[in-house]
Design a protein around this ligand. Structure first.
Ligand code: NI
Ligand code: MN
Length: 246
């Protein structure tokens, strides 16, 4: 269900509100009211609406990997909001060296409690690096996140990844009902593999991401919908800046 404003905080208590800021950047409000930001990339993000480029009021920042299109505004938002940052150990170290406080480095398989959420870091099939002092530095594994809310809702945020067989394990272990999946192709899986991912994860709904930002990202929600229809999976297509209740 669409929300009239662009704020996920408009979602009623007990529900999950989400706003897409373009590419892989999302704001989410958990059922318990925790304000979460995923993969903050605002100022350089061609899909991010102008009015959304300044973000305040973030409690928790989840970063899947080090690439610039997922970390571009991590330092700025973490500093201004004081949000707790959960990310791979090497990535939180890189953020700390840029003055970010309140980090909790973690690694795949680990779970951190934050307010009404249990956040588990899970694998992704991708790479993770960024620049430091003019050098390309390795920033740990590329990851995804499983969010288990005290309300009983479970959300999977895949980050950048190709399709992998252990998505079936994620279903068995966590049984998510909603998955945020990349569909742009070239650097991640495309629409057909994302639909197969949805089937393997056992989710009822997919929120597509990581598409439409650059010409190289050719996958579209329309293609995803075609592959999802025979599988009985709904596609929650948002426009950048648009908020919805999940
Ligand atoms: Ni990436
Ligand atoms: Mn990316």
């Amino acid at each position: 269900m669409r929300l009239p404003s662009d704020s996920p905080g408009e979602a009623p208590a007990g529900s999950i509100g989400v706003t897409w800021l373009g590419h892989a950047t999302f704001l989410m409000k958990s059922p318990g009211g925790t304000r979460i930001m995923f993969d903050p990339w605002l100022t350089g993000n061609p899909s991010c609406p102008e009015k959304s480029k300044k973000v305040s009021g973030v409690d928790l920042m989840l970063i899947t990997h080090g690439h610039g299109d997922h970390t571009g505004d991590a330092v700025a938002v973490a500093r201004s909001s004081g949000a707790t940052v959960l990310a791979a150990y090497e990535l939180t170290g890189w953020l700390e060296r840029q003055g970010v406080k309140n980090t909790r480095g973690m690694n795949i398989g680990g779970t951190e409690r934050f307010k009404d959420l249990r956040v588990t870091q899970v694998q992704a099939f991708h790479s993770s690096s960024n620049e430091e002092n003019g050098q390309q530095v390795y920033l740990g594994p590329a990851t995804g996140f499983i969010l288990r809310c005290d309300s009983g809702d479970t959300v999977y945020f895949a980050g950048d990844t190709g399709l992998f067989g252990d998505m079936k394990m994620l279903r068995e272990r966590y049984a998510p009902s909603i998955a945020f999946l990349p569909i742009g192709d070239r650097f991640t899986m495309g629409p057909e593999d994302a639909a197969i991912a949805g089937e393997w994860l056992g989710v009822k709904r997919i929120v597509p991401m990581h598409y439409g930002t650059f010409p190289e990202l050719t996958g579209t929600p329309a293609q995803l919908r075609e592959f999802c229809r025979p599988r009985g999976i709904d596609v929650v297509e948002l426009r950048p800046g648009e908020a919805a209740i999940l």
